[in-house]
Write a protein that binds this ligand. Structure first.
Ligand code: AMP
Length: 328
């Protein structure tokens, strides 16, 4: 809870590339409705970005567009705090201190760390190993209890919970115990059927124009067992990318009709893709219109103001942690 008795929400997005529909459905879509009854902190995880993307141009290109997207999807900077992680270096100090209660073995066993090592064996840096400690600090520094993230981030939120419990037990009861947003964890596949990711070249970007969206959706993986137009399909188990998209875009009635049409072979994959593409175009058009209406200077002013508010929230926690650990 913050000083006004509102539950606190924290979520961040790495600036590793252009935002895509996976980011939207896994995280951003949940942000806007939360601001009504929560104190929300939404940030660009630029420190985290450097664990896998050391090129400074990556950050220069991608940070501001993420903030603009936050605003374009309805995040109100007068209510919610929108900031760059690196403008709150207090999280770096908290990471150092929290790291004292974290065992090397638990970081090495973390499945996301092992995945990153497999993906990029030439750059297994310290930041990659301590990624979950930095993420825990992002959350705990604001005493957040709710973390809206996609399902890939659940292990990290679990680790944040464990670190918070351990610190509270060893020192003082300072941290709130966070959890992911109930029942909302989503994993959207990309057009090739593997997880949609910024660096995987398999996504529909939030700023793709209508023609690009239609082209991309047309290339999406469907049920490979459906060779002929009227072959019956198995959307739930075999459709690589289009049914999961419909599942997030359609009403219950629409999804039942798609499921029945696919199973009966009366709805072809081509028609199904056309329907999905039009849904995506309609979803993104108003977001893109707002996005392009923002002036960069306005967005930078928002960031300066919000960084001050992020510090007001973070500093008392860090101060208490320092005291509890004997650094008074
Ligand atoms: P990242 O781009 O890895 O920093 O992720 C930012 C947020 O988007 C996190 O909450 C992720 O869990 C979420 N996310 C990223 N990719 C996907 C996806 N394909 N499906 C669902 N959520 C995702």
């Amino acid at each position: 809870m913050n000083d006004e008795g509102l539950p606190v929400v924290v979520s961040g997005i790495r600036a590793t590339g252009k935002l895509h529909l996976g980011n939207y459905f896994g995280a951003i879509r949940n942000f806007f409705p939360l601001q009504e009854k929560h104190q929300c902190f939404f940030f660009v995880a630029d420190y985290h970005t450097l664990t896998t993307h050391p090129d400074p141009d990556v950050l220069r290109q991608n940070r501001l567009p993420i903030v603009k997207t936050f605003l374009a999807t309805g995040i109100d900077p007068n209510r919610s705090v929108v900031y760059y992680q690196s403008s709150l270096p207090e999280v770096a100090e908290l990471t150092l201190l929290l790291g004292m209660v974290v065992q090397l073995g638990e970081l090495e066993r973390c499945t996301t760390f092992k995945e990153k090592v497999r993906e990029n064996p030439d750059n297994v840096n310290h930041g990659l190993l301590t990624y979950p400690v930095l993420m825990a600090s992002d959350i705990l520094i604001h005493r957040a209890t709710i973390v809206p993230v996609g399902s890939d981030q659940i292990p990290h939120v679990e680790m944040a919970r464990a670190f918070a419990h351990r610190f509270n037990h060893l020192y003082e009861n300072i941290f709130a115990i966070p959890k992911t947003l109930e029942n909302e964890a989503v994993r959207l596949p990309g057009l090739d059927g593997s997880k949609m990711g910024k660096s995987h070249n398999n996504g529909i970007d939030l700023l793709d124009d209508a023609t690009t969206i239609r082209e991309k959706v047309k290339s999406g993986l469907t049920d490979t067992n459906r060779i002929h137009r009227n072959d019956p399909g198995d959307p739930l188990n075999n459709c690589g990318s289009i049914y999961p998209l419909h599942n997030l875009l359609c009403t219950d009635q629409e999804i039942i009709a798609i499921m029945q049409g696919c199973k009966a072979g009366t709805l072809s994959c081509v028609e199904c893709k056309q329907m999905a593409a039009e849904k995506v175009v309609a979803l993104l058009a108003p977001i893109q219109e707002k996005y392009y209406s923002y002036n960069d200077d306005y967005v930078r002013d928002v960031l300066v103001e919000c960084a001050k508010r992020a510090k007001v929230s973070a500093r008392p926690t860090l101060h208490q942690v320092r005291q509890a650990m004997g650094l008074d």
